[in-house]
Write a new protein. Structure first.
Length: 633
């Protein structure tokens, strides 16, 4: 796990950019605190920051070259099956000078070219420069666990793990207003878009080839889903559970490969408990880590985590936080983010990662299970919408009532009213628009109203509609699996995985996600819907397959997320920041991006007795404004 960056100049003007290579590499220091390396050819420069995980000796240092000096690689990630691949290459006559997966990856590319990608089990973003062909090859892993951004103008091509490294090369900074419109609805930015014009993100399962100034993009992996060929092996539900257990055991075993201390996040939920149970079978006294919330007992799941830890005799550590602890980390999170990203749960992930890194360098997590197997409330809502029935019809018909009732996330009843209104609004829409409504924090109309007249004039409506169609294209009216398919591509990759990557790499911690092994993903999309969700039971097969491994108490409670107490902060500690700084009237007018009257309406609603979901939209604005002041002024 590391940070990578590079430049490929097309001419002498572009070559001037090589003077920034060192600064761009150092911008990624937190991703790779152990060492740094750069390689330059006349028109090419590659930079690497290393977090040593496999073969921590100098033999694994990067950039790494082949013996002849033709190929040079920079690599971020891990290849779990690198030892098998190394034996395969040895049989073909290759020799090795290290025990690193980087050397195996480089020689796999030399032997197979882009076809090597199909043989890799791992997560990665890497670049290979071929000095003989004067070409650059860049690839990203199947699920988009590791990030890769790139930029091209007439003089140069740039790439990096994070935006801050691209900015170190001195590229122009022009806001992309179409992307801003997406962000105002989602609170994050979906790939391949970025907040800056000209900067793109390589999509999950894509590779890029650059030669003679021309970029070619290819998809080497797509989530395997054949709606007419579900359960191809004809497995009974019991056999499906057995196969999931087998696949997950193999996946966890692969991800225990490391030459540094390793542990697991243990939240007390089903998913992280499954990972802990399986890993504990193979690691004696596994290190496990939980966060507790002193001031928010409703969301504190540490007693469930402790039951799992006791059952498997892990070395368990609980970091018990107050709201003041969360607030103390807020500015550190805002300062690390180099592109607007407004998932507020990044705060506890940032704190968990910081504390965890003090004990281990690698942590397993349960991310991905909810998106694969339907674990969220919106999945239950989508399933009920497809099933229909009098209950769904009644909620739909009572929409005028839900609109009248007070709504807030801070109370059980008011939160239920909020959920009922969202469900009723979604029921009135076709499946693709329903998904968009439930995935977003703000509607299209609300997002558009927030933009100033000048900002709207810089939008391209036809392009926005095309971008939205591309996101929603997989969804089919009566196919629940396409809802999950879209969630995997949109929410998992751009929100959940981005959050974990950003917040863990801010502390040089590597997080591995066993549920996203491509064999597990393939199996998940072979399952019929009833194996994932049945009546009121979400994530059915995950719950049933591992029931005998987990304490029964985990099954006797509702699923809890965690709500960062934004509303409280906005009305207390952050009120001055909202009213006199980031969302102050004079700043909004001077900036010219947002519609002042709409921002004032949001602030008025925020401080009212009926805030609804407004705190999430206010948080999105705060994150954007902080980023704007840091990078655009």
């Amino acid at each position: 796990m590391c940070g990578i960056t590079g430049i490929f100049a097309f001419n002498e003007i572009g070559r001037i950019g090589l003077i920034h290579l060192s600064a761009a590499t150092d911008a990624l220091q937190q991703r790779g605190p152990d060492s740094r390396g750069v390689h330059t050819d006349y028109f090419v420069g590659l930079g690497h920051r290393r977090l040593s995980i496999i073969d921590t000796s100098a033999g694994g240092a990067q950039p790494m070259q082949d013996g002849a000096g033709r190929y040079t690689i920079v690599f971020n990630g891990e290849i779990y099956n690198y030892r098998e691949l190394r034996e395969q290459l040895k049989a073909k006559g290759y020799t090795f000078h290290s025990d690193s997966d980087t050397e195996v990856l480089l020689k796999m590319y030399i032997e197979y070219g882009e076809r090597c990608l199909q043989q890799l089990n791992g997560f990665f973003a890497f670049a290979v420069y071929d000095a003989q062909e004067e070409s650059l090859f860049i690839a990203r892993d199947r699920m988009g666990i590791k990030p890769l951004l790139y930029y091209q103008d007439t003089d140069r091509f740039l790439f990096a793990s994070e935006m801050k490294a691209l900015l170190a090369f001195g590229l122009s900074r022009e806001l992309d207003y179409n992307t801003l419109y997406l962000y105002l609805q989602l609170n994050y930015i979906p790939a391949p878009h970025s907040m800056l014009k000209g900067v793109h993100k390589l999509m999950p399962g894509q590779y890029l080839r650059l030669q003679k100034g021309d970029i070619s993009l290819y998809s080497w992996y797509e989530i395997p889903y054949e709606p007419n060929n579900l359960n191809p092996e004809g497995l009974s539900y019991e056999q499906q559970q057995a196969k999931l257990r087998e696949l997950m055991e193999r996946s966890v075993q692969r991800r225990l490969l490391a030459d540094v201390p390793l542990g697991a996040f243990l939240s007390g939920g089903i998913d992280s408990s499954v990972i802990t149970a399986l890993a504990s079978r193979q690691v004696d006294k596994l290190n496990t880590f939980s966060i507790g919330y002193k001031d928010e007992p409703f969301f504190d799941e540490t007693r469930y985590a402790r039951q799992v830890a006791d059952k498997y005799r892990t070395e368990h550590t609980v970091f018990s936080l107050t709201n003041a602890d969360l607030y103390a980390d807020l500015h550190a999170v805002l300062d690390y983010i180099d592109e607007p990203f407004a998932d507020s749960s990044a705060l506890p992930v940032h704190i968990l990662s910081r504390h965890t890194k003090q004990r281990v360098t690698v942590a397993l997590s349960g991310d991905g299970a909810d998106e694969l197997f339907s674990g969220y409330n919106k999945h239950g809502a989508a399933f009920r919408a497809l099933q229909g029935g009098w209950k769904a019809g009644l909620v739909h018909d009572l929409l005028p009532l839900w609109k009248m009732l007070p709504k807030s996330r801070n109370g059980a009843l008011s939160n239920k009213f909020r959920q009922l209104q969202r469900f009723a609004e979604g029921m009135r829409l076709p499946a693709d628009e329903r998904y968009w409504r439930w995935a977003a924090f703000g509607t299209e109309a609300e997002g558009l109203a927030l933009l100033s007249s000048a900002a709207k004039a810089k939008m391209e409506e036809a392009l926005y509609q095309e971008q939205k169609r591309n996101i929603l294209q997989p969804i089919e009216e009566q196919d629940f699996n396409t809802f999950l398919y879209t969630d995997l591509q949109l929410v998992l990759s751009n929100d959940m995985l981005t959050k974990v990557d950003l917040m863990s790499m801010a502390h040089g911690l590597e997080v591995r996600v066993p549920f996203l092994d491509h064999e597990v993903v393939r199996f998940a999309f072979e399952l019929p819907v009833e194996s994932k969700i049945n009546g009121g039971m979400k994530k059915r097969i995950v719950q049933d397959a591992f029931r005998d491994l987990l304490p029964p108490e985990l099954y006797q409670r509702p699923k809890h997320g965690f709500e960062v107490p934004l509303l409280k902060w906005f009305r207390t500690e952050l009120r001055s920041l909202i009213e006199h700084d980031l969302l102050a009237d004079h700043f909004i007018e001077e900036q010219g991006v947002f519609n002042l009257s709409e921002v004032q309406k949001l602030k008025k609603q925020l401080f009212s007795n009926n805030p609804g979901d407004v705190h999430a939209r206010i948080w999105g604005l705060i994150v954007f404004q902080h980023w704007w002041k840091r990078y655009m002024r």
